[in-house]
Structures are given as C-alpha cells and as structure tokens.
Ligand binder design. Sequence first.
Ligand SMILES: [Zn+2]
Length: 113
Amino acid sequence: MTDRRYLSDAAKAEIIERFAGRCGECGFPFYRHDGIEWDHALPLWLAGTNDDGNWQPLHVECHKIKTKREAAARAKGNRLLGRTKQGRKQKIPSRPFWRPKMKRLKMGERRER
Ligand SMILES: [Zn+2]
C-alpha cells in the first residue's frame, strides 16, 4: 500500500464514534488493551477510497481475518481474469491423485459388517 493516507486523531475519533466504539468486523467493543487497526471497509483495489467514510476500526485479529479473506477473493478474481504475477495465464499444476485408504481384500475374503 503506497497511497494509504493516515487518519488524523480527529478523524479517528469521529469514525470510532460512528461505529459506537465497536469493531467493524465482529461488532464487539474495543477494550483499553486492544490495539485498534484502521482498515478500508471497501479495499482500495476494489475502488475503495481514502475518504473518512471508507475507514473502519478493527481488532488486530479481525483485521487479519478480513485481510486474509480479501486476499483470497482478490486471488480468485485475478485467476478468473487470467492474471498472474507473471502477467500471463499460467497452467495450474496438477494435484497428486488422492485415494481413500481402504483395506485391500484378498480373494474370497468378505468385508465384515
Ligand atoms: Zn473485531
């Protein structure tokens, strides 16, 4: 993130007021020892802006979860568009063939019920 704008203390106070002192992800309040992370509700890569209205306070853990979820969604979007880090469509490597573990029966043997 290079174009991330820092929020002023006044803006933070206003945003936290708007969220009634609660986390934008889980809805639970912040406690004194909780670190507050400032997050773009709509990510910049999804045409989100740096407007005060697009910021939300999150718990550190909630921020991690949201970031992870968005990274997955972003990767999926890029896959659907055929975008990769290399800039062209890549072949998806085949996965190893998976077989359920099953006891092999000998000739004439019956599976127990
Ligand atoms: Zn939270």
